[in-house]
Write a protein that binds this ligand. Sequence first.
Ligand code: AMP
Length: 399
Amino acid sequence: MDKLFIKELDVHKKKVMIRTDYNVPLDEEGKITDDTRIRATLPTIDFLLDEKAKVIIASHLGRPDGKVNPKYSLKPVARRLQRFLDEKVRVIMADDCIGPKVKKQIEEMNYGDVLVLENLRFHSGEEKNDPAFAGELASLCDVFIQDAFGNCHRKHASMVGIDSFIPSAAGFLLKKEIDYFEKSVNQPMRPVVALLGGAKVSDKIKIIENLSKKMDKILIGGAMAFTFLKAQGFGIGKSLVEDSMLDVVKDLMDISRKNGTKLYLPVDFVVAEKFDGRAETKVVPYQEIPERWIALDIGPATTKLFYEALQDAKTIVWNGPMGAFEIDAFSRGTYAMIDAVTSSHASTIVGGGDTDMAFHKAGKTHEVSFISTGGGAFLKLLEGSELPGVASLSSKKKA
Ligand code: AMP
C-alpha cells in the first residue's frame, strides 16, 4: 500500500481518532448478536493504548438518516468493547460525536482512555460528506486512523472528508484487508481460482470482467449461472435469470476465452417444484431443467467438477453462495464448496455478507485463511475499483 500505516505516524501521547465499522447486527432487544467487527479492531486500539494515546472511536450504526435515534446508539458497542480491553482501560461514552461537550470530554480524559463517540449518522453531514462536519470531527484530534474497511467504498465525511484536515493513516485491520486482497487477487500464487455465486449477474459483471484478466479459472455457481446457460440457448425452467444481461454474458464468455481464463459452469442442479424447502426436489443435468421447475442449488456432479477444478489451486477467491443456501434443502452445494476450500492447501480469501454467513453457519470460519470484514468494499476491490476511504489517506511519499 502506498498509504501511510499507523506505525509510520507519530501517535505517542496524541489525540487519535479511529474510524471503525461498528455497524454490528442487533437483535430486537438491541443486543449485539455478532461482535466480530468489534474484535477485528482490537489490534489498532491496543497499539494506540500502548502508545499512551487518547483513543477516540468514531463509527456509524444502522441507518438513522441524520437524526438522533436511541435505537442506533453506540452505547451497547462501548460496553462490549470494554469487555475486550484490559480492565484498567476506561471506556467512556460520549453523548454526541462533535461539539464543545465532546471536546471538553476529550480534554479531560486521560492518556490510555478510550472515548466512544455517539453514532456519526445522527448528523446528516456524515453521509453528505459535509466539509463543515468533517472539519468538526477533525478538530477533536491530532491524527486520524482509518480502520473501517467495510465502509471504505462510501464517500462520507468520516471516510474521505476528514483526511484533508489532519494527517491520516491505515489501521491494522484496513492494512490486513488490503494486503490480503493484493496478495490473493493482484499478485497471487498460481494457479488462482475464483469461485463466484449469488443471485445477480448485473451486480457482478465488473467483477467477472476484472477477474477474467487475473484468474486462471473462474467457477460460476448460484443463480448467476442461469443467465450464462440461457445465453447459450439452454432451457432454465423458472430459475432466476436476467434477460437484459444475455448479451453482456456472451461478451464476458468471449473476454474470458481471449484472456485464457477457463470458465466453469454447473453441469447439474437441484431443482424444486417451487421456491420452498418442503417442495419436491430432484437432481437433473443442466440440459434437463424441467420447464416449470426452479433450479436452486448446484448438483453433486458440479460439486465434484468444482472440487477437481480447485485441486491445483494455490490461491482461491470466493464470493457468493452456490445456491439458495438459507434453505437447508438447497444448501448442500455451498457447504460442499466450504469443505472443498477448507480442506485445500490453497490460501483462500472469502468476502461478501452471504458467503461469510455460510462459513459462520458451517462453523468453519477458523478453517479458512481470511474472511473479509467488508461486503460492499470487498466487491468494489474485486471489480478493480479504488476505495475512496483508502484513496483519501495520506500517501507515504507526501509525508
Ligand atoms: P448475492 O447478494 O448476489 O451474493 O446473492 C446471494 C443470494 O443469492 C442468496 O440469498 C442466495 O439465496 C441467492 N441464490 C443463490 N443461488 C440461487 C438460486 N439458484 N436461486 C435463487 N437464489 C439463489
